[in-house]
Design a protein around this ligand. Structure first.
Ligand code: HEM
Length: 156
């Protein structure tokens, strides 16, 4: 087994953890928290689950990027980033940058302040958080699907 195959396995595993975890938060934790019988605990429930996941994803997202960059270097594929037919490569990198910014810049800077302010109207806050999660999940699913198709010659 060569280093490229190992890097691809690390890449896919990191993405399974990251996007799979985000699916769970979006499709299970958030709807559950919004319908939780004790209204005063709804936001706390989401916050506790999200905190646990965000600690883990701070490992899987950098690992996805490192293994992706390793493959780019190994395949000497940098020139493909500007080829319109290989748009899925740029889309992967862009999505990764967005999540790195959310996890390492935006969340530490304003995440807890936003949530604290959200306790004045927890139901509205949870609804907003769920919509943002839905948007990020939909974009991630499209990019992941396109990446599999693109990597195996399915996008022309
Ligand atoms: C800095 C960020 C990233 C870089 C540099 C990168 C780079 C790469 C490279 C070079 C490949 C191999 C292409 C080939 O074999 O021809 C690949 C495959 C793949 N990437 Fe990324 N990637 C990044 C982020 C992402 C993200 C955010 C996702 C998920 C949304 C993703 C999902 C995938 C998938 C599903 C494959 C196909 C694996 C396979 O079926 O063989 N990547 N990536």
């Amino acid at each position: 087994m060569d280093d490229l195959t190992i890097a691809r396995a690390i890449h896919v595993l990191s993405i399974v953890h990251w996007i799979g975890g985000m699916s769970f938060v979006t499709l299970v934790v958030l709807p559950l928290a919004r319908r939780w019988v004790v209204a005063g605990q709804r936001l706390t429930l989401f916050e506790a689950a999200e905190r646990r996941f965000s600690t883990q994803v701070r490992l899987s997202v950098p690992l996805a990027g490192a293994s992706g960059l390793y493959m780019m270097a190994r395949l000497d594929a940098w020139h493909l980033l500007v080829q319109p037919s290989q748009w899925w490569l740029g889309a992967m990198a862009l999505l990764w940058l967005v999540f790195m910014a959310i996890l390492f810049v935006i969340e530490p800077a304003i995440g807890s302040k936003l949530l604290k302010a959200g306790y004045s109207d927890p139901d509205r806050t949870l609804w907003r958080v769920e919509r943002v999660h839905w948007f990020l999940l939909a974009v991630s699913a499209v990019v992941a699907g396109a990446a599999v198709l693109g990597a195996h010659g399915g996008l022309g």
